[in-house]
Ligand binder design. Sequence first.
Ligand SMILES: NC(=O)c1ccc[n+]([C@@H]2O[C@H](COP(=O)([O-])OP(=O)(O)OC[C@H]3O[C@@H](n4cnc5c(N)ncnc54)[C@H](OP(=O)(O)O)[C@@H]3O)[C@@H](O)[C@H]2O)c1
Length: 277
Amino acid sequence: MADEEKFESLAARFRLDGKVALVTGGSRGIGRAIALGLAEAGADIVLTSRKLPDLETVAAEIQALGRQALPVAANVRHLEEHEGIVKAAIDRFGHIDILVNNAGTSIAYGSVFDVDEKAWDITMGLNLKAIFFLTQRVTARMREQGKGGSVVNISSDSGFRPYLGMSVYAISKCAVQHLTAVFAQELGQYNIRCNCIAPSVTRTRLSEALWKDEGNLRRKEMNTTLGRIAEPIEMAGAALYLASDASSYMTGQTLLVDGGEYSMIQDAIKTVPYLTK
Ligand SMILES: NC(=O)c1ccc[n+]([C@@H]2O[C@H](COP(=O)([O-])OP(=O)(O)OC[C@H]3O[C@@H](n4cnc5c(N)ncnc54)[C@H](OP(=O)(O)O)[C@@H]3O)[C@@H](O)[C@H]2O)c1
């Protein structure tokens, strides 16, 4: 058979018709963009965050795309609320095929000497512990369903190299990347894939301190090859790739989506004279 005849539609591999995706932190920012993107590709969406009215607004946007949306108000840092989220999803749709662990927080700006136990616990509780236990619960369900699945975690470029002043956040995001590999290793046998996206500064409420001030924005822009910070939809493309069969042979990996910032830093390091001697 000629190669052209064997070619299967690649566009079809990006489709999510008949799938159900659970997106945490789906009420705004990167989570909203991912939820809308996955819905546009055909998935029905379960959205969760703490404020129901915000979720209902996004649910209406999803419905306008012709897909079903279920808003579930919950604090994913409270592990006892996980059961209710999954139950609501199963009661409504009967299955979960995609989990996007997007909800995250960055509260502890400053020196390591300023970090107290409360800031550590809140950051690690949401950015790491909640992801571990929600993934454990949802992938147990995927394993029972017997049809594979895809988990997409949202880390940060600070998981590769810390930003000064964002210590606990960077530690939590680095750990999410390792968590991704750990789940991937164990769940591959069930065709449940687990991958991660590491965005750099993206125009959302969480990162306002890094871009609202004109000076900070210029500094960030100068650090990227593309000369600008990211928009939320630019993370949704990576999420659709990882959630869908387009990435069917990829698991345990973290995609750095940073406008070339990392490569700029490598270049800068190479050109520092005392490092190149
Ligand atoms: N923006 C960036 O520059 C950037 C860069 C790298 C990585 N990231 C990562 O991308 C992810 C999304 O961030 P974003 O920038 O889109 O932030 P965002 O605009 O602040 O949105 C955060 C979302 O998470 C929800 N959320 C927060 N705490 C929650 C909790 N305890 N339980 C349930 N939901 C909760 C928020 O809704 P409620 O407040 O109503 O609960 C909201 O829907 C995070 O993991 C973040 O670390 C962002």
